[in-house]
Design a protein around this ligand. Structure first.
Ligand SMILES: [Zn+2]
Length: 386
């Protein structure tokens, strides 16, 4: 078992190892220092190569870092975007910040999600600059904060941002993804009336009424299953949490559930919520003591859908096929910064090395050969996109 710092690695792998060595756990998570240190490292990487770079403050001491290469056409822009933060190291069974290379894989927190993609993007931009090539379009590399918690980094980046194409680094196993589901999470509260369990007719059992809602949601899930998106499958609804009751000999006066609804492209949060509000109204009409309310959403995140015949999607597909990789456009089962860039009217794809199965887990790693291929892909994309 050799520590990577003792070995001579190719430059992109060396950069990945350096990035993994920096703890950039999102500060929303236990013990997370945030992105200050890694942001400085990324900024200096570009400064040392004479590439224009600046910081964009998102939270105090948590900036996005943006590097820019001028293009032959200054009115057109390609954005390479990767997040710098990681999830926590809780539950990891390997040293999180000691990048270790074994069997062609580099291990450590963030190695797969998404420092591998970030390192590959950084070297793609740097190599074009170092060779003195001016790409057809202006190129921005945006290394952003806070993807793993509340997407504030990309939202700041998007303020007033325009562009013709964006590539977002996430582990897609070197496939180009044009679609992902959105998410909507909210809580339903049922209020009943407390009574002694020996005289339940004096109370209103909140759990019983909630059971009607849970069953109605299960039926709704089956209804959703009937309509599948070609790349993403059907929308889903899942009750993940239920709380109710205080003691076995009380009629419970309150019950709450938390619901996770995955949205397909084209579904709109307001109309989805209206659908569930109507469902509650129907139950109320059937049961006079039924009293349920919906809390405002705890989380909403839009779905992503980039046209398969858009110029960036067609180019990505052709480049991958030319590299001997799978050029079929796909969907991914996770959300990312991409949907936010897409909402800006920028045709956005998700593409990166590594598998999502190796992200956020006890043993996180990335295959170094994939990092090389991702570097080639990003580089070809910025050289070819016009
Ligand atoms: Zn990620």
């Amino acid at each position: 078992m050799l520590k990577s710092r003792r070995m001579k690695l190719p430059p992109v792998h060396e950069t990945l190892a350096d990035l993994v060595r920096i703890n950039s756990v999102n500060s929303a998570y236990e013990g997370g220092p945030g992105e200050r240190e890694i942001a400085t490292w990324v900024r200096q990487f570009f400064e040392q190569r004479g590439i224009e770079v600046w910081e964009q403050e998102v939270f105090p001491n948590r900036p996005n870092v943006i590097a820019r290469l001028p293009g032959r056409d200054s009115s057109r822009r390609v954005i390479l975007e990767a997040h710098m933060d990681t999830v926590s190291v809780r539950g990891m069974s390997i040293p999180p910040f000691e990048p270790r290379v074994e069997n062609g894989r580099l291990h450590g927190r963030g190695s797969c999600d998404t420092k591998a993609g970030l390192a590959a993007m950084m070297h793609a931009v740097a190599s074009v600059h170092v060779e003195g090539i001016q790409p057809p379009c202006e190129v921005w590399l945006a290394a952003v904060v806070d993807e793993e918690f509340s997407y504030r980094g990309v939202l700041k980046l998007c303020e007033g941002l325009g562009g013709q194409a964006a590539l977002v680094a996430e582990p897609t196993g070197l496939r180009a993804a044009i679609a992902s589901k959105g998410v909507l999470r909210w809580r339903i509260v049922v209020r009943g009336k407390a009574a002694h369990s020996g005289k339940p007719h004096l109370g209103v059992n909140a759990i019983n009424h909630m059971a009607r809602i849970v069953l109605a949601l299960e039926e709704d899930h089956q209804r959703l299953a009937a309509r599948a998106h070609p790349l993403l499958g059907p929308a889903t609804v899942n009750v993940g949490v239920i709380h109710g009751g205080v003691q076995v000999n009380f009629v419970p006066d309150m019950c709450t559930i938390e619901i996770d609804r995955r949205l397909l492209p084209g579904e709109n949060v307001a109309s989805v919520l209206t659908h569930y509000r109507r469902m509650l109204e129907t139950l109320r009409a059937q049961h006079p003591t039924f009293d349920a309310t919906m809390d405002p959403p705890m989380l909403t995140d839009a779905a992503l859908e980039t046209a398969a015949d858009s110029a960036p999607a067609r180019l990505a597909s052709a480049l991958l096929a030319g590299m001997g990789l799978d050029g079929t456009l796909c969907g991914v089962p996770f959300g990312s910064d991409a949907s936010k860039l897409s909402r800006q009217g920028i045709s956005t794809l998700v593409f990166g090395p590594g598998s999502i199965d190796q992200a956020h887990v006890a043993v996180e790693y990335v295959d170094l050969a994939e990092v090389e291929r991702a570097f080639e892909f990003y580089r070809s994309f910025i050289l070819r996109f016009t």
